[in-house]
Design a protein around this ligand. Structure first.
Ligand code: NDP
Length: 270
């Protein structure tokens, strides 16, 4: 039996057990997948416990992604580039390797919906961990430009300075945005608090894909995009895609995602 878990605080609402159970069935592997709550100060202890109980690895969710990176002995390039990790793999020699699959998760889900990201213009809202992971992976697809906007402007500038060797990145305030964009990604948690972002209408065209990383609810950002005739997507596909990449790391096989996404969408809408 392959033992896996997702560690978070909170973790009750995680959809990872359902996603991994569907993937495992598809791949014909037997898994036990648990939700593990960790007190904020106990992350290392929680991970060590799982390792000692012969778990093969763990997914890590809010607020432990930076600690997961720090806990690991080795880092895959995806985690090394951003300093946060959402997948841990426990090695037989007792060491732990960290990966980050959030970035490739959003790239795969956006590409599925609008085709190649190469040469597209992107407006990325937010400068937290999710924005950072997304920015690194998006830049690898060679978009024509990524414009970063964040409520706390200095954090967007820091992100630009960290990644500007990898592509054409600019920072802006919401008010100064002047050009239409092909893709707008909301990587802020504003949707969780039902807060409307002050995005000027002229960044939208009817072809613009407005992508909110939050899933399972219609956020003010998605409502605004719909009202103005743009394409919309929530972040459920990103969640499924990052999990599929996790399967590739643990089992050497990347499962098919479309049927799992459809099953999850039904579950979430109930
Ligand atoms: P962080 O806490 O690291 O960052 C939060 C970001 O949101 C910051 O840029 C913050 O701005 C901004 N923000 C928070 N509240 C508001 C607001 N009211 N108005 C404007 N900006 C706001 O979170 P993460 O980066 O880890 O996660 C961001 C979101 O992405 C979460 O909602 C999370 O659920 C989602 N997510 C989804 C995933 C998926 O698989 N679909 C995977 C990972 C994350 P400031 O710097 O000014 O504080």
């Amino acid at each position: 039996m392959n033992k896996l878990a997702v560690i978070g605080n909170p973790v009750k609402h995680s959809l990872s057990p359902q996603i991994f159970t569907l993937f495992a069935k598809q791949m014909g592997v037997e898994i036990q997948y648990d939700k593990v709550f960790s007190e904020l100060k106990d992350f290392s202890h929680t991970v060590t416990n799982l390792r000692e109980q012969d778990y093969m690895g763990a997914n890590v969710t809010v607020p432990f992604k930076q600690e997961a990176f720090e806990f690991a002995d080795e880092h895959a390039p995806s985690a090394q580039a951003v300093g946060v990790a959402n997948v841990l793999i426990f090695q037989e020699d007792g060491s732990t390797i960290a990966h980050n699959t959030d970035g490739i998760g959003i790239v795969n889900d956006v590409s599925r919906q609008i085709g190649e990201i190469k040469d597209k213009s992107i407006l990325l809202l937010g400068a937290g961990g999710a924005a950072k992971g997304a920015l690194y992976s998006l830049l690898q697809q060679q978009p024509s430009k990524v414009t970063l906007v964040n409520r706390t402007a200095s954090r967007a500038v820091e992100l630009r300075e960290q990644f500007e060797q990898l592509g054409n990145i600019q920072t802006s305030s919401f008010e100064a945005l002047s050009q239409p964009c092909d893709i707008i990604i909301n990587a802020t948690s504003s949707g969780l608090h039902n807060t409307k972002l002050p995005i000027p209408i002229h960044v939208l065209t009817q072809q613009t894909l407005c992508y909110d990383m939050v899933y399972g609810k219609s956020t003010p950002f998605l409502q605004w995009a719909e009202e103005n005739g743009a394409q919309t997507s929530d972040g459920l596909g990103m969640l499924v895609e990052q999990a599929a990449e996790g399967c590739k790391i643990w089992f050497g096989e990347r499962p098919e995602t479309a049927t799992v996404l459809a099953a999850l969408a039904q579950l979430v809408s109930k």
